[in-house]
Design a protein around this ligand. Sequence first.
Ligand SMILES: [Zn+2]
Length: 174
Amino acid sequence: MTYVLQTYGAAVLRHKAEPVDRVTAAVRRLADEMIRAMKKHEGVGLAAPQIGKSQRLVVLYHPELHPKPLVMLNPEILKRAAEFFELGEGCLSLPGVNVNVSRPSAVRVKYQDLKGAMRETEYEGLMARIVYHEVDHLNGKLIIDYLPLDQRLRFEAQIKRARHPTRATGEKPS
Ligand SMILES: [Zn+2]
């Protein structure tokens, strides 16, 4: 299976992803592929929509905090700490962008593992942030959505300009 990393502007990144009903061989392959993609791009997390699959599946990893990659199917945030902290975040789907995002300092998440077993775990600090970021992807939410409106509009205009540069004179229409 080959994947294409989906970047800002791809519709799949804005869809609410579908639940994973059953842990099939295809789901396990997708999880493997996502772990490989995450490591290759030096990310600490990846959600299936980021490789074009609108399914509720995320993978997480952190060299120190969670060296063994973690796969979560249908993750659901049950509880969040009242305390928030702000930190600069990047996203593989928004290359070169770093946005300060305020997130809860701890989350309790319920998910299914690759054996289909239900699990519930609490994460703090950076891991809580990563879980939150990836669950956002499953709901079509991106880090730029946390920006104040004026900054977000400026950012979107920048991206549009980069995609559709003014045609230079003499350029042949295609
Ligand atoms: Zn992301």
